[in-house]
Design a protein. Structure first.
Length: 176
């Protein structure tokens, strides 16, 4: 082998080694960048998990608070009714007429409060029997009422925002 060809091989080997070193250096840099990106993604993931957990806990506290104080407005609205009842009970030696008048006013107050809170009375005298809102306690023959009509109400029913709380207990005219 000649010296010139040997030198060419040496230059080629050195060039290949330099290329290998450059490739290894680029790979090392890429590896470090990838590790840094992975660490950043892990940190972001941990922060997001912690934020979600904190949000879940906050929502649970808010739901608990809402449950505890859900009736607050209704109960505050009932306070004047309680005050009226207490004032009525505090009156000494009043007449039955005054007592009745006080009870009627208190009932009116109470009905106003429940109405403002979504309750509606079901008082179906003279209406057609509705099994969704009425519970028939008995049936009677009646020449004055059409068959299937409510003749008498034993106990009024109640709706809360159009959902039945309690059916009206009724007497229904019999079908002939």
């Amino acid at each position: 082998m000649t010296t010139a060809s040997h030198q060419d091989e040496t230059h080629q080997d050195m060039a290949m080694n330099a290329d290998d070193n450059d490739a290894q250096a680029r790979l090392a840099i890429e590896l470090e960048e990838t590790r840094a990106e992975l660490a950043a993604v892990r940190d972001e993931s941990l922060r997001e998990r912690a934020e979600l957990e904190n949000q879940r806990k906050r929502m649970a506290r808010e739901i608990d608070t809402a449950r505890k104080f859900a009736n607050e407005r209704l109960l505050a609205d009932l306070l004047p009714v309680i005050d009226s009842l207490e004032a009525g009970l505090g009156v000494e030696g009043d007449t039955a007429a005054h007592l009745r008048e006080g009870m009627e006013l208190t009932l009116k107050q109470l009905l106003k409060v429940v109405g403002e809170n979504g309750m509606a009375v079901v008082d179906p005298v003279g209406e057609a029997f509705n099994p969704d809102h009425h519970q028939a306690m008995s049936m009677v023959d009646s020449a004055e009422h059409a068959p299937g009509q409510v003749v008498q109400v034993y106990q009024k029913g109640w709706l809360l925002n159009d959902r039945l709380l309690r059916p009206a207990l009724v007497v229904v005219s019999r079908h002939d």
